[in-house]
Design a protein around this ligand. Sequence first.
Ligand SMILES: [Mg+2]
Length: 431
Amino acid sequence: MASSSASGAARTILHVDLDAFYCAVEEQRDRTLRGRAFAVGAKAQDRGVVASCSYPARRCGVRSAMAMSLAQRLCPHLIVVSPRHSHYRAVSAQVMELLRSFTPQLEQLSIDEAFLDVTQLVATNPTFAGGSLALEIQRRVFEELGLSCSLGVASNKMVAKIATDCGKATVTTGHSPQALCMVEPGQEAEFLAPLPVSALWGVGPKLEARLKDLGIETIGALSKWPERDLMRRFGRHGADLSQHARGIDKREIVTERESKSISSETTFVQDVEEWEGLHEALQEQAQSVAKELQEQKLQATTVKLKLRWSDFSFSTRQTTLLSSTDAAPVIEEAATALLTRLWVGAEPVRLLGVGVSGLSTVRQLGLFDDNTPREAATSEIHTPQVKPQTEAELHAREERQQRLREALALLEARFGSDVVHRGARPNEGTS
Ligand SMILES: [Mg+2]
């Protein structure tokens, strides 16, 4: 009954993995490949490696990442198909678009894999309960794009991905597995226990060998090992290991928008050694970044500054704003504060760049419900959670909040992030 999530209700995460993706796309192009042993990759004489192999080829022992020469020894009739990567990317984009039609809470892991956080979707659609949503996704990917996929369903990303792998591994018919493996909340540790430690994220051959020296071969054995001892042996990684072995993984879905950044850089014709020259470039860049944010109707919470020195080495610093912004003065002020920390004077600079990340759409923003990290801010400046009635009220509220965000961001850029905590009011420091 206990869920893996210590912070409230269990999530529902789907991991979607297309079955032998490159091969499936090649079979659409050439139907005679269906049911035959073939591999996508460069030819053996070109020191090729298997990028993807059909299920009949897998039955002969052919695997991804295997040298093509070995694959051909294992499977003498293996057909070798040259990869068409741009085509795979185009088909992948179609798949991701279809998946996004279920929820925008999507994290693309690779060309043929994605996580979906469907907690809300399942909670609000009784017809999607149990494995129904996963089956619906499988059906639509197959009917609309002619591709077969496997899914794992669990309360977190790690267990969902391992569930997919387990589901696939149990199908040995020589056909696409179209597997579906569900792990109920509370069953994570039990599900993982019999698996080898190498099934966990971050456990490569080296770590696997060290754990084996301790007599730990299964995830179950690892879960029973004292966490303190793992931390002593493996540092911070030890704590993760212990949690993961118990089926706990708190990582959130990272959507493309969240991982995206916008930046502007200038490489100087001649190295710049004066503050004025650097600051002028910084101002222009802050304006160009703000303009792009506004055009894309986005706001950012993180401002970064990058400097390349005359010996080509880099330094970067970043700061998280108290509230998101798309305003040039706020970005400029934050970047200037970073510049004063990074550049102590007279050191020649080759390149300067201002960037922003932690992006979110303007309209979705409430005042502090988006990604304001500090509780101090909410306790100091309280906005009543009353829903505005009319479009005009909504607009006025939006404007008020925008001004407040800018004021807070300016304050932070000037005085550091804990200024609000010390009790300053947002209109101080901006006048
Ligand atoms: Mg795959």
